[in-house]
Design a protein around this ligand. Structure first.
Ligand code: DMJ
Length: 481
């Protein structure tokens, strides 16, 4: 029955997508893009004010309890740092100035805390670098480099792959077991930091980590999921593009595009060829990327837990919806459009997307939705590249569902279960950094106020300006041969 519903809904979706390929404010009847951009901006301001009222200075706003949460014993100020580049893009310069002042006057990284290397890199280092680009304030760069210098200690492992945690104050490290996203998502931030500080040490450390992963790919050119940073041994040989590997692939291509490092281009080309050869599971109505063993290329048939019937090979996560955007950057519109259509089908099946989904059985295995951006990001890239109004309409639908199910008296809330839409008491920082940014950028696309082609976004949607990266200077600053 579920399969029939899937086929029927997908056919309806495909029919709905036959419209003319043109950018048009009248693509749908539910409001002009100018009105939609205004509504996203108003909701961003409302949520930002709620953050300031109930959680200012802390990492995360808890919208239901009107409280806050810090990731560790002390705040790392993640929400303001993550929100900053969206605040700039929306032209809220007074608010931006307040965040800049806050970073300059009140933030000190000398904290005796073990922090997650991957998470602080994409959010804090990425967010601060974007702040430096907008301000070119040397004090901001000094704060940013102070953070980067502390993070560099994490890379001091026998393989060069960073430890899971590092201590901001002492430089101690811990956590030998990391997934490949945590092992290889540093090239962009550390490359940008090297460029602005004219010190290749950061980029070289990030690149060493990526080369350590590449040296260990299987004969099929596939990576596994978990690796030991001290021995370089694979601890889990599941290969996929889902959460746990996702941004490793994203950074190979984006770093080549921003820095022109040909070594990364060669790795990306061989990697994406293997991904498309072994991971795609395509039918007349769907285009998924499944999970296979990195050595055999065979779909993984293990059960996700002994009491379930869900096989690991068919499990996808909503994070995987980042991939169409990367395929757009790689000029692979055919796969990008098919994969996006499949994710869009899943969104519309529930109204929001489930975090983890078994595409063989057609059921969520973890039904939460945490205000994640990826499907919106990919629709935005496709709208920008193709101009096809169907992608604008997708984003209109995502925004209307977010307003319907996640908007709260205080800001927006994640959802426990997309089948009941029961809210949960958490608004992740990437809602400011990514989700609201991609919605806004889609709705201002036709004004040409922001041209995606001029930027490379990190995986947390912090924009890096291509114009700042002149080829010869980059080669020198990053230590490229
Ligand atoms: C973000 O923190 C980053 O995009 C990360 O790479 C994975 N996805 C989350 C948001 O869903």
């Amino acid at each position: 029955m579920q399969k029939l519903l899937f086929l029927f809904s997908f056919a309806v979706f495909l029919l709905a997508c036959q419209g003319p390929a043109q950018k048009s404010a009248e693509a749908d009847s539910d409001g002009s893009t100018a009105e939609l951009a205004k509504s996203v901006k108003e909701e961003f301001i409302r949520s930002w004010n709620d953050y300031k009222t109930y959680a200012w200075g802390h990492d995360v706003l808890l919208p239901l309890s009107k409280g806050y949460h810090d990731w560790y014993e002390e705040s790392l100020h993640i929400s303001p740092i993550d929100a900053y580049s969206t605040i700039k893009i929306m032209g809220l310069d007074e608010e931006a100035q307040k965040v800049e002042d806050y970073i300059i006057n009140e933030v000190n990284w000398d904290k005796d805390l073990f922090v997650k290397t991957f998470e602080v890199n994409i959010r804090i280092l990425g967010g601060l670098l974007a702040m430096y680009q907008y301000t070119k304030d040397p004090v901001i760069l000094e704060r940013t480099e102070d953070f980067g210098r502390r993070m560099l200690k994490a890379f001091n492992s026998p393989t060069g792959i960073p430890y899971y945690y590092f201590n901001l104050k002492t430089g101690e490290v811990k956590g030998e077991r990391v997934n490949v996203a945590e092992a290889g998502t540093y090239l962009l931030e550390m490359g940008v930091l090297s460029h602005y500080t004219k010190n290749p040490v950061y980029y070289q450390a990030a690149k060493k980590a990526n080369l350590a992963i590449w040296e260990r790919v299987s004969d099929l050119n596939l990576v596994g999921e978990i690796i030991n940073v001290e021995t370089g041994e694979w601890l889990n040989t599941s290969s996929h593009i889902c959460a746990g590997i996702d941004s490793y692939y994203e950074y190979l291509l984006k770093s080549y595009l921003l820095f022109g490092d040909e070594d990364l281009k060669a790795i990306w080309d061989q990697s994406v060829e293997a991904v498309n050869k072994y991971l795609v599971e395509e039918s007349d109505t769907s285009f998924w990327y499944k999970r296979v063993d990195m050595h055999t290329g065979q779909k993984i048939t293990d059960l996700i837990d002994p009491n379930s019937t869900h096989q690991t090979g068919h499990i996808v996560t909503l994070y995987d919806a980042f991939f169409p955007a990367v395929l757009v950057l790689d000029n692979d519109l055919v796969r990008a459009e098919k994969n996006q259509a499949t994710w869009n089908w899943l969104w519309n099946r529930y109204g929001l997307e489930p975090m983890i989904y078994d595409f063989a059985q057609g059921v969520p295995t973890y039904p939460a939705y945490d205000l994640n951006p990826e499907i919106i990001e990919s629709a935005y890239y496709l709208y920008h590249r193709t101009g096809n109004a169907k992608y604008l309409n997708m984003v209109k639908k995502y925004w209307s569902d977010l307003l319907k199910y996640s908007k709260h008296e205080v800001a927006f809330a994640s959802v426990e279960d997309v089948q009941t839409m029961k809210k949960k008491d958490y608004m992740p920082t990437f809602f400011f950094a990514e989700t609201m940014k991609y919605l806004y950028l889609t709705f201002i696309e036709e004004t040409k106020a922001f041209n995606l082609d001029d930027y490379i976004f990190n995986t947390e949607a912090h924009p890096f300006f291509k114009a700042d990266f002149k080829k010869e200077e980059v080669r020198e600053n990053l230590g490229l041969k």
